[in-house]
Design a protein around this ligand. Structure first.
Ligand SMILES: [Zn+2]
Length: 272
């Protein structure tokens, strides 16, 4: 999945939240305030996208349609037409945005949804992450090294623009208060960095990482870049992850993974 798709998915989530707000909060005083906040975030995120992508996105959105949809087994899940082989190949291999030749929606490959119901929508934690951000064997034993290792992977996968800026911001946050929260979990994050959208990298350490807070070693590290406009989604995501992996059976299942693919299978199921 390329970085623009990640942003488009978040934009789509915000657009949907805006519509839900109109429906659900119609007669309360908080509705306009909430809508304004989402609209502001949408405008902010659009600024980080190329103008041709924004133009296409707005055209589809003005018709009340989804503008980014998964490609499952070479079928566009917006119009359910089978895609030409070359288009499917492009969706999988290019770093550019590819659109469906029939309905013009942006496409991304959704390899984990292959055998599921055609109407299932892409939800959950995976929309903030990618297979490249699953790290099954962290080498580091200290928190600064673990953070550097995961930040490098996030940068290498193209999700943040400046590796040093990201690392520095993560360490500044860590210096304020440790992000280790108990249950062998830690949530290092950096707000306000130059990232396309909210991102999530997941690292596993069998031996445990010392987070320097006097607590138990951390086995599962969830690292995020949090652009200002994605703050509320970050809060939602972190609370889901903490709740989910606060359960020892589940955290052990993730800890027993030895490949990015095994990890991804678990991550995509969270928060659906
Ligand atoms: Zn289509």
């Amino acid at each position: 999945m390329n970085k623009y798709i990640n942003q488009l998915l978040q934009l789509q989530d915000m657009t949907l939240a805006l519509r839900e707000n109109d429906i659900l909060r119609r007669d309360t005083k908080s509705a306009p305030v909430f809508s304004k906040e989402i609209e502001k975030n949408i405008e902010e995120m659009k600024k980080s996208l190329p103008s041709d992508i924004v133009y296409k996105m707005e055209r589809l959105n003005s018709k009340g349609e989804l503008f980014v949809v998964p490609m499952i087994d070479n079928v566009c899940n917006g119009c359910f037409m089978r895609l030409p082989v070359a288009v499917g190949h492009n969706v999988r291999n290019t770093t550019q945005c590819v659109t469906c030749p029939t309905c013009d929606r942006f496409l991304y490959e959704d390899y984990q949804m292959r055998r599921e119901n055609d109407n299932a929508h892409y939800k959950g934690i995976a929309r903030f992450s990618s297979l490249a951000l699953m790290i099954p064997d962290l080498k580091a034993s200290g928190h600064a090294e673990a953070i550097a290792e995961m930040a490098s992977a996030t940068y290498a996968a193209g999700f943040v623009e400046d590796e040093k800026e990201f690392k520095d911001a993560l360490m500044r946050r860590e210096a304020m208060a440790s992000t280790a929260v108990g249950c062998a979990l830690a949530f290092p994050h950096a707000r306000g960095v130059h990232a396309g959208g909210l991102t999530l990298a997941v690292g596993i350490s069998q031996k445990g990482v010392d987070f320097g807070d006097g607590g138990d070693p951390v086995n599962l590290v969830f690292m995020s870049a949090v652009p200002a406009q994605a703050s509320m989604f970050y809060m939602e995501m972190v609370s889901k992850l903490a709740r989910y992996f606060g359960d020892e059976t589940r955290s052990q299942r993730l800890l027993s993974c030895s490949s990015p693919e095994e990890m991804w299978k678990i991550i995509v199921k969270i928060g659906r």
